[in-house]
Design a protein. Sequence first.
Length: 115
Amino acid sequence: QVQLVESGGGLVQPGGSLRLSCAASGSIASWYTMNWYRQAPGKQRESIASITPSGITNTAISVKGRFTISRDNAKNTVYLQMNSLKPEDTAVYFCNMRVSGYDYWGQGTQVTVSS
């Protein structure tokens, strides 16, 4: 069974930066595409970034140029570097991995952008 644990969220002022981490239990995480999603209050969960095992990335238009996804397969960890944060980036951020059609989710980490 796969467990995903996010960390790194918090309160940051507009224009600030945060780095989220998602640690996956077991080595199989290095075989799969990893994803970051976020869900703001009253809104649907949205996909914001993904990274394949070989490091090919895809980033949503809403965060392109500000957010960067990366991974360290040796540590079974995926990261989300978030720069130039805006109040509209406030949300719970989730790590995701899909294995054989089944979605594994972390518990989420809260990011609040406010002055």
